[in-house]
Design a protein around this ligand. Structure first.
Ligand code: PAF
Length: 292
C-alpha cells in the first residue's frame, strides 16, 4: 500500500483537515507517540472501518514525561512506523516538532482534576495534564470526527472521555481492546526495553489480573481490598517485579468502593528494572448487592 502523506506543521495539518471536511469527508484520528505495534494498528483498523480518511499523529509529547522519566530514550522509528501505518491504510501522518507544538510562551493547559488524581496520576505528577493538553491541541489541529484510544491506558481513556464531555468537544471517542502477546503481555512500545528475563517474568501482570478477577467472580474474593492483596501476592512471586501500585477502583469514577456492587477496574503498574509496565482488567458488578 502507498505510504501515507506526512504533514509537519499544525497550520498545514489544520488546513488539510478543513479542506477535507469541506469536501464532506469524515476524518478518523489515532494519536500516538510512535514506535507502532499491533495495539496501535488495531486502533487504526477501527478508524479505517469507520472513516473516509485516517489520520494518525506521531509525537513524543514532552509535557507528559516527568523530569526523571524516559523522554530521551523513548523508542523512535519513523521509517518503520510509516510502513506499518501504510499496511493498515492510514492516509496521513501528522508528525510535528515540539517547537511547533509548544512555541515560546506556550502556557495553557487542560486539567481533568479528579480522574487524573489516582493510579498513574498519583505516581506521575503532571502526566495527565500533559496528556490532556496535547490531546486537546491535537483535536483542534486534526479536526477529527472521531478519535480512537486503547483500553490498555485505561485511566487515560477515562480522562480523555471526561475532557471531551466536560468541554463539549465536537467529536466521538471510540475504544479499542487491549492487544496482547500470545502469553498475555499487553503490547506496549516500552516492552522493547525489557531484557529476556524481564520479558518472561512480565507475564505475571496479566496472570495476576485474570486470576484475581476469576476469584472475585467465583466468590473467593469478596472485597476490592482483598482483590488488591491477591494481585499483589501473585505479582510479587516474580523476583524481578517491583510493584508501583495495584488498585481496584470504581471503573467510571476511579474512586475506592467497599464491594463489587458496581463495575470495578483492577489496575497495576509494575517496574521491571527501569521499565514501568501498566495493565488493567474490568471486573463486572457481582450479582450480590449489584445495582444492575
Ligand atoms: O497514549 C499515548 O500514546 C499518548 O499518551 C497520547 C494519547 C498519544 C498523547 O501523547
Amino acid at each position: 500500500m502507498a505510504r501515507p502523506v506526512i504533514i509537519r506543521t499544525p497550520e498545514a495539518m489544520q488546513e488539510w483537515s478543513r479542506q477535507m471536511r469541506a469536501q464532506g469527508m469524515t476524518i478518523g484520528f489515532v494519536p500516538t507517540m510512535g514506535y507502532l505495534h499491533e495495539g496501535h494498528l488495531d486502533l487504526m483498523r477501527i478508524a479505517r472501518q469507520q472513516a473516509d480518511l485516517v489520520v494518525i499523529s506521531i509525537f513524543v509529547n514532552p509535557l507528559q514525561f516527568g523530569p526523571s522519566e524516559d523522554l530521551d530514550r523513548y523508542p523512535r522509528d519513523l521509517e518503520g512506523d510509516l510502513d506499518k501505518a501504510a499496511s493498515v491504510g492510514v492516509d496521513l501522518v501528522f508528525a510535528p516538532t515540539a517547537r511547533d507544538m509548544y512555541p515560546e510562551g506556550f502556557q495553557t493547559s487542560v486539567d481533568v482534576s479528579e480522574l487524573s488524581k489516582p493510579l498513574c496520576g498519583a505516581k506521575r505528577p503532571g502526566h495527565f495534564r500533559g496528556v490532556t493538553t496535547v490531546v486537546a491541541k491535537l483535536f483542534n489541529i486534526v479536526l477529527p470526527h472521531f478519535a480512537v484510544f486503547g483500553r490498555k491506558d485505561y485511566q487515560q481513556l477515562q480522562v480523555i472521555k471526561r475532557m471531551v464531555r466536560d468541554l463539549s468537544m465536537n467529536l466521538d471517542i471510540l475504544e479499542g481492546e487491549t492487544v496482547r502477546e500470545s502469553d498475555g503481555l499487553a503490547m506496549s512500545s516500552r516492552n522493547a526495553y525489557l531484557s529476556p528475563e524481564e520479558r518472561s517474568q512480565a507475564t505475571v501482570l496479566y496472570r495476576a489480573l485474570t486470576r484475581t478477577r476469576q476469584a472475585v467472580l467465583d466468590g473467593r474474593v469478596a472485597t476490592p481490598e482483598e482483590a488488591v492483596r491477591m494481585a499483589e501476592d501473585i505479582i510479587s512471586s516474580a523476583p524481578l517485579a517491583r510493584i508501583d501500585y495495584v488498585e481496584c477502583l470504581d471503573a467510571s469514577e476511579l474512586v475506592p468502593r467497599d464491594d463489587f456492587s458496581r463495575p470495578m477496574v483492577l489496575a497495576t503498574a509494575v517496574f521491571f528494572g527501569k521499565t514501568r509496565l501498566i495493565d488493567n482488567i474490568l471486573i463486572p458488578a457481582t450479582l450480590k448487592g449489584s445495582q444492575g
